[in-house]
Design a protein around this ligand. Structure first.
Ligand SMILES: C[S@@+](CC[C@H](N)C(=O)[O-])C[C@H]1O[C@@H](n2cnc3c(N)ncnc32)[C@H](O)[C@@H]1O
Length: 197
């Protein structure tokens, strides 16, 4: 197995971190859902040492995440825990912050619903959820790159696709989360912040 590498993470970690620094300034423990390669976890744990950063993903990604973690250890970076949002084995711990990047358009819609509902249950009151990735607004994908990306996703797997912001926000509302920020990001991505009431 080769060490996994995501060019997108290398490109976006600095700018995402700029927002997390502010939004997670008074937070202590973060659960990351869908850590992927683990690059975001190792980067954010080093840049935000006041946070305990708990990576998670489906088990097939753990070897790669651990590889990154071993190369860039940090005292506040916790080894990945298995988490498939569609099964019942969510951590029993509660968090004051949850972060997930580029997951909503990859998971089937039922998993997006399970993820947001699970987040509502695991966030403490006042806790925040940050979701990074491309988004559709009122059915419109306004960037040509996102239209092409969405087409590629749907050709690859019919259950994938860039999600409608209002649908995700509706799930968040049902889960007791209030929209706080919708930040435009480079490469036609968004970083959306909700807070548990
Ligand atoms: C495109 S990758 C994004 C990885 C990383 N967050 C990033 O930004 O590069 C999508 C991630 O979603 C995770 N994922 C997909 N379905 C999932 C599910 N049902 N439960 C938890 N994670 C899931 C995948 O394992 C993968 O790590």
């Amino acid at each position: 197995m080769a060490k996994p590498f995501s060019q997108a993470c290398a490109n976006n970690q600095e700018i995402i971190c700029g927002i997390l620094e502010r939004v997670f300034a008074d937070k202590k423990s973060v659960l990351e859902i869908g850590s992927g390669t683990g690059q975001h976890g190792v980067w954010f744990a080093r840049k935000l040492p006041h946070l305990s950063w708990q990576m998670s993903d489906r088990e097939q990604n753990h070897a790669g995440i651990k590889w990154w973690m071993n190369d860039y250890p940090a005292p506040n970076l916790l080894p990945p825990i298995p988490l498939d949002v569609l099964n019942d084995h969510w951590p029993t711990a509660h968090y004051d912050a949850i972060y997930s990047a580029n997951t909503a358009h990859i998971m089937p819609w039922e998993a997006v619903a399970a993820m947001i509902s699970g987040i509502g249950e695991r966030l403490v009151s006042g806790g925040v959820f940050c979701l990074y990735g491309p988004m559709k607004y009122l059915g419109v994908l306004d960037a040509k790159t996102n239209i092409a990306f969405n087409y590629r996703l749907q050709q690859q797997f019919a259950h994938q696709g860039i999600r409608e912001f209002h649908d995700i926000n509706g799930l968040a509302t049902e889960a007791g989360l209030v929209l706080r920020e919708d930040n435009p990001m480079p490469a036609n991505n968004r970083l959306i912040v909700w807070q548990k009431i």
